[in-house]
Unconditional design. Structure first.
Length: 245
């Protein structure tokens, strides 16, 4: 679907609209925070170090990669490359969102993009496609998620390691459940299967051949190219890359 001709805006009304629907996202972020907090504690990080990382980074996959490779001295070069690979999908997400932010000052566009995570991006894109034009919505969605993520990161430290194995509580399934919800919400008919299938197939094959997290980039690129090539004039990435008429 092409963006609305009405210029975008960013207002407190939009922030409040997003805040009203932010509780489920905050719950999800809190569970993610517990998982990260447990793994960070096992890696030797203190509660303060873990909390600061969550408050400033706010990216689950990136933070998990950091603590999983946490050694002294820190392998800075390989860590930076790994983080760029893991978070490369955000480039595509921002590209898809960009046409809907036309009319906003650049700093407001950056502000809205700075809080993108998988779940609030999916909700925001659905809202945009319905004609909604207030980018404050995504800020409202993140308003409770960030403190929930940060607070729950340190909860296991506070409890003295009471949650030593997130899998015992079923917390590991939250990642799969979130992916299923996002995929279901982004279904736009049979043409959607092409980019999804391309991303899935290429990432699975690439995981057997590429080192580290390279399969994420390979799958993302394959899905993006398939989305551009499919017979769907409303493809979001296609719209993002089209030149203004």
């Amino acid at each position: 679907m092409h963006p609305s001709p009405v210029p975008a805006r960013l207002t407190w009304r939009g922030v409040l609209d997003g805040l009203k629907l932010s509780a489920p996202l905050a719950l999800n972020s809190g569970i993610y925070g517990v998982i990260f907090g447990v793994i960070a504690a096992q890696a030797g990080l203190t509660a303060i170090e873990s909390g600061i990382m969550s408050a400033t980074v706010f990216a689950g996959a990136a933070q998990l990669l950091i603590v999983e490779t946490w050694t002294r001295p820190i392998p800075a070069a390989s860590l930076i490359v790994g983080l760029m690979l893991v978070n490369s999908r955000h480039v595509l997400m921002a590209l898809a969102m960009r046409p809907h932010l036309e009319g906003l000052p650049r700093w407001k566009q950056f502000l809205a993009a700075s809080v993108i995570v998988d779940d609030n991006w999916a909700m925001m894109m659905t809202k945009f496609e319905q004609g909604y034009r207030d980018a404050g919505y995504i800020l409202g969605l993140a308003l409770l998620a960030v403190p929930a993520w940060t607070a729950m990161t340190v909860v296991d430290h506070v409890l003295g390691g009471g949650i030593d194995d997130p899998r015992r509580w079923g917390f590991d399934f939250i990642i799969v459940a979130l992916a299923i919800v996002i995929i279901a919400g982004r279904w736009r008919g049979a043409s959607t299967l092409l980019p999804w299938g391309a991303a899935f197939g290429v990432s699975v094959v690439a995981s057997q051949w590429l080192p580290g997290k390279g399969y994420i980039v390979a799958g993302a690129i394959a899905g993006a190219l398939a989305g551009l090539l499919r017979r769907d004039p409303g493809g979001l990435l296609k719209s993002a890359l089209e030149k203004p008429q």
